[in-house]
Design a protein around this ligand. Structure first.
Ligand SMILES: Cc1cc2nc3c(=O)[nH]c(=O)nc-3n(C[C@H](O)[C@H](O)[C@H](O)COP(=O)(O)OP(=O)(O)OC[C@H]3O[C@@H](n4cnc5c(N)ncnc54)[C@H](O)[C@@H]3O)c2cc1C
Length: 331
């Protein structure tokens, strides 16, 4: 019997977990994740009594295969439709309701619940930031500080594009494609308020030089605790200001927010700012995944297709299918 393919994966976001889960029966898979938990940009931040979704706000379904996953998660109550009013806001213009072309879903009780569920049973080394991939095809090693892990037949990197390019050895055939990918930054402001705050809408796409999105986190199913607001910066503004000191960004966003909601700093019980250097995808790779059979290195992630949870899932799934073909012929 041919030995199982040994696969090392960098990143436990939606793409990395999907490829790992899909390969688990046919390969020995190890995931390395620099954070303390799984989920990547499907992120939850607990502040006091509130679990904020400070990364992905919701997801939609276009592809049948992602739909199957979402249906299964819905059947056990792990994912639910978010039926709240989502509106469009621009200063001085009337508020318009935005009707989605497909249902908006969220994981329950917070966004990380979905990646946590997918991660069950997988071999994941948390808190290990991969610094380097060294070795040669079929004998790759991962170095994370003083830790050396391997050998692996294949290594898959699922970090945002620029970080993936920095990790993959120069012999990887598709560096040029990754270098053409462009991602937007984002700042996310998380605010808790009194429980009796009036909620004018559930979510709002905002047309403004500084603010891009506002959501009342507690309007999503299964969320508890006091009123909580998530505010995302306008992408272009975040790109231009990504290296500004956090307190200046925080102040600018609070001023910008006043154009759409009256939240005095004194009225907000807590405000916390999170900086995403890579959040959304501006120019994708336009390939579902990248792999190089000569070097046995591969990459996947939302940036291959689009800045959406579903795209990360589909990228991981497509790469796993391709690698199953390799493992079926015994490499
Ligand atoms: C503010 C914000 C709002 C969003 N809103 C939406 C939305 O409403 N709807 C939607 O569909 N999508 C949304 N998205 C996008 C969505 O979150 C992403 O498309 C998706 O989660 C990307 O998954 P991924 O696995 O490709 O990448 P990631 O989730 O980024 O996973 C990559 C993982 O690699 C890890 N990693 C990186 N470098 C290393 C290293 N050297 N060593 C070890 N680990 C490493 C990271 O810690 C991370 O866990 C939003 C994103 C953000 C940031």
């Amino acid at each position: 019997m041919a030995a199982k393919l040994r696969v090392g994966i960098v990143g436990a976001g939606m793409a990395g977990l999907t490829v790992a889960k899909s390969l688990a029966k046919v390969a020995d898979v190890t995931i390395f994740e620099k954070s303390k938990g799984v989920g990547g940009r499907m992120a939850t931040r607990r502040i006091g009594d509130v679990a904020f979704d400070h990364g992905a706000q919701y997801f939609t379904v276009r592809d049948e295969e992602f739909g199957n996953l979402v249906n299964e998660a819905c059947s056990i109550g792990l994912v639910k439709p978010w039926m709240g009013d989502v509106v469009s806001l621009a200063e001085g213009n009337p508020v318009r309701r935005v009707f989605p072309s497909s249902t908006r879903y969220v994981a329950v009780p917070s966004m990380t619940a979905l990646p946590k569920w997918i991660s069950a049973g997988l071999d994941i080394r948390l808190g290990l930031r991969v610094d380097e991939i060294i070795g040669e095809p079929a004998r790759w090693h991962i170095r994370a500080g003083d830790v050396l892990e391997g050998p692996f037949d294949w290594i898959i990197v699922t970090a945002p594009a620029a970080q993936t390019a920095a990790l993959l050895p120069s012999m990887f055939a598709h560096h040029q494609i990754i270098n053409n990918v462009r991602m937007h930054a984002c700042f996310t402001l998380m605010i808790t308020r009194d429980a009796n705050t009036i909620v004018p809408f559930s979510g709002a796409h905002v047309s403004d030089p500084i603010i891009g999105w506002i959501a009342f986190n507690q309007t999503k199913p299964g969320r508890t605790g006091p009123a909580s607001v998530v505010v995302n910066a306008n992408s272009a503004w975040a790109d231009s200001n990504i290296d500004l000191p956090v307190d200046i960004v925080h102040a600018e966003m609070m001023i910008g927010l006043q154009r759409f909601m009256r939240i005095e700093l004194a009225e907000a019980k807590t405000t916390v700012l999170h900086k995403w250097r890579y959040a959304d995808v501006e120019t994708p790779a336009r390939e579902p995944f990248l792999w190089d059979k000569q070097t046995q290195l591969a990459a996947c992630g939302d940036w291959c297709i689009a800045g959406r949870v579903e795209a990360a899932y589909m990228s991981g799934l497509s790469l796993a299918k391709a690698l199953k073909g390799v493992s079926a012929v015994g490499n």
